[in-house]
Design a protein around this ligand. Sequence first.
Ligand code: SF4
Length: 330
Amino acid sequence: AGPVLEVRDLQAHFRSHYFGVNREVRAVDGVTFAVNRNEIYGLAGESSSGKTTLVKTIAGLLKPPLEMVGGSARFSFLPGWDAIGRAPPDVVRAIRWRHLSYIMQGSMNVLNPLRRVRHSFRDFAWRHLGGSKAEFDARAEAHLERVKLDPSVLAAYPHELSGGMRQRVTIALATICKPDFIIADEPTTALDVVVQKDVLAMIRAIQCEMGSSVLFITHDMGVHAALTDRLGIMYAGRLVEDGETPEIFSRPLHPYTRHLIASLPRIGDTQQRDGLEGSPPNLAAPPPGCRFHPRCPLAMPICATTVPAMIESLPGHRVACHAVNEGAAA
Ligand code: SF4
């Protein structure tokens, strides 16, 4: 059936022009990956790694000064367009919520604080699902029950609900039309651990039931281990490794992935773990070659001059690293 989302060499840059000076920040620089039907693909990496810019580009939600400057991000349900951002507004309106929904951190961005939850549901989903108002409301109630929410939340204003409850309502809203593809950007970051577990279980249950694909973004490797089927690691605007999640955790190949996994806290561990020297690069003037080379314990001369290609080093497991791929070739 092929992938639902195919991203090829995607590039998105911030472009600004102040006082006669052009500035370009290469926030996403040549990312290639695919998400299959009925899977949860995770994107990990520290906060400045470009994850959110990448998914906003994929979802067609870029605003100046951020621009998609190259590559493609094709969805199987949007044939004929190589990116949502390049399709006309009426085409985009027709697929939002119905085929593609976006759950972000901070549910208040979606729920209108001045209107009861019921009206947010009607505003977003009624036109896609059709039927009378009473039929739609009954459908909304049934969907809320299915995701273990009391239908009485429809009568509430967002501020009357707790943060965890609001995030669950947002997820219910994002899934009521049974979209083919759900983008979830740090949806649980602001929640406490117990509520977080609940929300993750809810995302997994909905995804299984509907057979949707999910692109799930978080810097939290523990969440990736618990939830995702495949995992991509981003560093400084590039994808440096991807593969099946258990494989990435049991056999991380890229030195940055190894660092992320090694820094996960373990039960009974009282020792401070080794941090990585240095900080992520300034993307207005990124280091040449491998962007990780100033911090990499395995760096070799070639790393400072040549961008490592993303190569399938093991079946279904790709990595962009000269040391790994030279070792594999040897
Ligand atoms: Fe380190 Fe070189 Fe691999 Fe980059 S390409 S991760 S600098 S060994």
